[in-house]
Design a protein around this ligand. Structure first.
Ligand code: TEU
Length: 572
């Protein structure tokens, strides 16, 4: 792919020739995790009024859109991804009026707002699930979820061998009204998150109505939770996960490993072909609204080729690029995933997206310094051996973001990464809330370490998260140095770096640009051009002589023309 052949792939090719490309083709979208952003009422958990008050800060930062993680009515067993009413706001976060104010404020500031839709499962507190339980076996109401008889003489074995993403079986048995044990229901996540039956026409109709409810209120789009999971294979067959990679496979090149991965069949609960029909229907609904409304799918699928199917012309507009997020800090691996992403997404006329952090993964200022495998969702905690070096992590994170924001397409940022926030690796176990921790008896720490409320002011209670000083997850004692007010006036801070990158990216229209690889810098260096900007990222472990040009932005200090290791620059 390098070594002589340079590729030219344009993200805006698929846009209508005369019209400006749609906003979502190039947008930088900032993820707000409402529990941990800003707490206006001081009840330990962030809220919509807190977010509305801080929106000007995001507009100044230079992002184009905000994605809000769930704020709906919910018993909060999975931090709001367990929804009990899709058309209301949980009192923890405020009211529908607060939502309308927040949306109006976003639009006033020129920010788009997309919200999180959770269609794979509801909360077990949802009236639909309550009705299904009450209605009994074989009823229409039961058919809205996935109930099955158990195996074994007394039906006391789960219907199949599927495991929950959070650990343990994916099935829970319920009692009949007379107290005797009855059927089992499927939950790919927590017991409190029963999976809906998406082969049921009534369920589909309900979600069209829910989409309309929020579209009518004026949202610019939706992030679709577990978009790859709605349809399960007929007959719900047992699944045997592929054996662990052999040493030979581990030694294989990144490209070979990628190919091997592709050959593996998806589990019978992920990425079934029949799921796409749902998104075609949603696409048709959104296109009846003005203002370029968009769907972004959260789909953890095996390959970029399978992923691109979710953004074919009549389906979603975007899908998160988790292949990119999961790529280690290695130039050959990053070159391969960037090349493949641009190729696969442009083949279907969609923009590529890029993301380094979110509320489910170890923050990239920590993850990029890992020198061992940390499986997705495991997290890092007090007893984890061989913790990554925070100085190296932050240095690589700044370089990684400098590279990402130069790429054509759309990028996602997760609240706090603009402050260089690391994973909280010392969160006390007694404070944990992620169901992963409980369902695995503490074998996996889970995701709380990336969800700690963010610091605004160095010298205020809860670092300015609220005025009471209490927060739902305790904040580390040494986070004053990451506080936004400390970084504001400091030209070397991570916040200043993000601001400069976003401003330059916008003024040079890099999101709608195209990428050309540059040769001659060696295998361990990423060198590319996007429009008027040359980008060099040094992963080689030694200093590198920069080509001629003026440094526009450097992720860290550059001495003369020597680019230090783990540093990236934009040159003009
Ligand atoms: O995540 C879906 C998903 O598959 C994961 O990334 C999952 O969180 C991870 O594997 C856990 O180890 C979405 C949401 O982003 C996540 O926060 C929710 O918990 C999950 O769906 C269930 O709604």
């Amino acid at each position: 792919m390098t070594g002589g052949t340079s590729i030219e792939l344009t993200q805006s090719e698929a846009a209508a020739p005369s019209a400006a490309p749609e906003w979502w083709r190039s947008a930088v979208i900032y993820q707000v995790y409402p529990r941990s952003f800003a707490d206006a009422d001081g009840d330990r958990v962030g809220d919509l009024r807190g977010i509305a008050a801080r929106l000007p800060v995001l507009s100044e930062l230079g992002v184009d859109a905000v994605w809000l993680s769930p704020f709906y009515t919910s018993p909060q067993r999975d931090a709001g991804y367990d929804v009990a009413d899709y058309r209301n706001v949980d009192p923890l976060f405020g009211t529908l009026d607060d939502f309308d104010v927040l949306l109006a404020e976003a639009h006033r500031l020129g920010l788009r707002l997309i919200i999180d839709l959770v269609p794979n499962h509801t909360s077990s507190d949802h009236p639909w699930f309550r009705a299904a339980l009450a209605a009994g076996e074989g009823s229409e109401a039961r058919d809205t979820y996935i109930f099955r008889d158990g195996k074994g003489d007394n039906g006391d074995q789960p219907p199949n061998n599927w495991n929950s993403v959070f650990g343990g079986s994916a099935w829970t048995r319920v009692n009949r009204p007379d107290g005797s044990p009855g059927q089992w229901y499927l939950h790919l996540f927590d017991t409190s998150q029963p999976d809906l039956n998406w082969r049921n026409a009534w369920v589909r109709q309900q979600f069209l109505d829910i989409l309309r409810f929020w579209l009518d209120r004026g949202v610019d789009g939706f992030r679709i939770d577990v978009a790859h999971g709605l349809i399960k294979a007929p007959g719900l067959p047992d699944y045997s996960p592929p054996r662990e990679e052999s040493t030979m496979e581990q030694a294989a090149s990144t490209n070979e490993r990628r190919l091997n991965q592709r050959r593996r069949a998806a589990p019978p609960y992920w990425d079934q072909d029949a799921v796409h029909e749902i998104y075609r229907q949603w696409h048709a609904l959104l296109s009846r609204y003005d203002g370029e409304r968009a769907l972004c799918g959260e789909a953890w699928v095996a390959s970029l080729k399978r992923l691109a199917r979710y953004v074919r012309p009549n389906e979603m507009q975007q899908t998160f690029n988790f292949s990119y997020l999961q790529t280690p800090w290695s130039a050959p691996a990053l070159r391969a995933v960037i090349h493949e992403s641009l190729e696969e997404f442009s083949a279907v006329g969609a923009p590529s997206t890029w993301v380094l952090s979110n509320h489910d993964v170890v923050r990239h200022a920590t993850r990029l310094a890992l020198n061992w495998n940390n499986p997705h969702g495991d997290g890092i905690g007090p007893d984890t051996p061989n913790k990554p070096d925070p100085v190296l992590g932050l240095r690589r994170a700044r370089a990684a973001t400098t590279l990402m924001l130069a790429l054509p397409g759309s990028s996602y940022l997760y609240q706090g990464e603009e402050l260089g926030l690391p994973e909280d690796m010392e969160l006390p176990n007694s404070a944990r809330e992620d169901p992963t921790w409980f369902r695995t008896d503490g074998a996996r720490y889970g995701r709380d370490g990336c969800r700690v409320p963010i610091p605004w002011q160095a010298d205020a209670p809860a670092y300015g998260f609220n005025t009471t000083g209490a927060s739902w997850l305790p904040q580390p004692v040494d986070w004053a140095r990451f506080a936004r007010d400390r970084q504001q006036g400091d030209p070397h801070s991570t916040l200043s770096l993000y601001r400069r990158l976003l401003a330059e990216r916008a003024s040079r229209a890099l999101g709608n640009g195209s990428l050309e690889w540059l040769d001659g810098f060696g295998d361990d260096v990423i060198a590319m051009r996007n429009g008027s900007v040359t980008v060099i990222a040094n992963m080689s472990g030694k200093a590198l002589e920069l080509p001629a040009g003026q440094i526009l932005i450097a992720s860290d200090a550059v001495a003369g023309t020597q680019l230090p290791p783990d540093t990236a620059v934009w040159l003009s």
